[in-house]
Design a protein around this ligand. Structure first.
Ligand SMILES: [Zn+2]
Length: 282
């Protein structure tokens, strides 16, 4: 089964600030981004996958305000294929109420982004979110890595900061988005140690040297099976992400550099995402 574990849905204008969109475009590698993603556009882009996890983000510090109802409405229209995650901004949202809402709306996980939300990953408000998610079996997709947003504090973005969380909440299933780039080695040693920590390969293939090194390092640490397939749509697509994976050895052509086998590549594309996240019934 092909599962895209990382995709976004939001309206612009409406859910994103002008500053966020301007900064995204300024760092978009030379092409204008279309960041208005209404449900029809997301649905169209996901024709090639069997299941997709979709979320917005709530981060008032960075100008992201996607209502959980918006995600839930889309999921309700495509219940067999689309799995929705809710979002909570622990700095501004009423935490317990928002988390209860996420459950009531039938959303199956929670998206967090400390760098966007301007909060340390072990802030007491974050601990309340982890505790709720662990007890309600809600997996967390956490953006623990860098961003283009100028006001996002990098000091909150280091993957290693999640070690204390994994120790305190050992049953909490958590995906560190984008291999925690550029701190990929930190992410790999974390997911190697902690049984319920995973990562995803979304939004990495367009930096081919980093992508190649990341996955060869993951292979050497023996953690390829803890890396889930995802695109980060609308920043890229599932098709481009699959092409990027299947082309990964291109960089090693004519050299003795190590390679991924085609079996390893296909296992990354068809990663057992739902089983890893305890979402087999979704
Ligand atoms: Zn993303």
């Amino acid at each position: 089964m092909l599962v895209d574990c990382h995709s976004h849905l939001w309206s612009y204008p409406g859910h994103l600030s002008d500053e966020f969109v301007a900064e995204a475009n300024a760092r978009s590698r030379g092409h204008a981004l279309d960041l208005d993603i209404p449900p029809e556009k997301h649905w169209q882009a996901m024709q090639g996958v069997d299941k997709v996890i979709v979320f917005g983000l709530r981060a008032f510090h960075s100008g992201l305000y996607v209502p959980n109802e918006f995600i839930a409405g889309y999921v309700a229209a495509h219940p067999g294929k689309v799995i929705g995650f809710g979002a909570v901004d622990p700095t501004t949202d009423p935490i317990d109420e928002t988390l209860e809402d996420i459950v009531r709306l039938g959303l199956r996980g929670v998206k967090l982004g400390p760098i966007y939300q301007n909060i340390h990953p072990t802030d007491p408000r974050m601990l309340r979110v982890y505790a709720f998610c662990q007890s309600h079996k809600l997996p967390i997709m956490i953006h623990q890595g860098t961003t283009f947003v100028r006001t996002g504090p990098l000091k909150y973005a280091l993957p290693i900061l999640l070690e204390d969380v994994a120790v305190e909440f050992p049953e909490l299933r958590m995906v560190i988005a984008h291999l925690g780039h550029p701190w990929i080695a930190e992410t790999l040693v974390l997911i190697r140690k902690h049984p319920h920590l995973y990562s995803d390969i979304s939004a990495l293939h367009y930096r081919p040297w980093q992508f190649y090194n990341a996955l060869i390092t993951a292979k050497e640490y023996g953690v390829l099976d803890k890396i889930l397939f995802g695109s980060d749509f609308p920043f890229t697509t599932p098709e481009a992400s699959i092409d990027g994976l299947r082309n990964i050895n291109h960089i090693a052509e004519g050299t003795n550099l190590p390679r991924l086998t085609s079996d390893e590549i296909e296992r990354l594309i068809y990663s057992p995402t739902l089983a890893c996240l305890g979402l087999e019934d979704a």
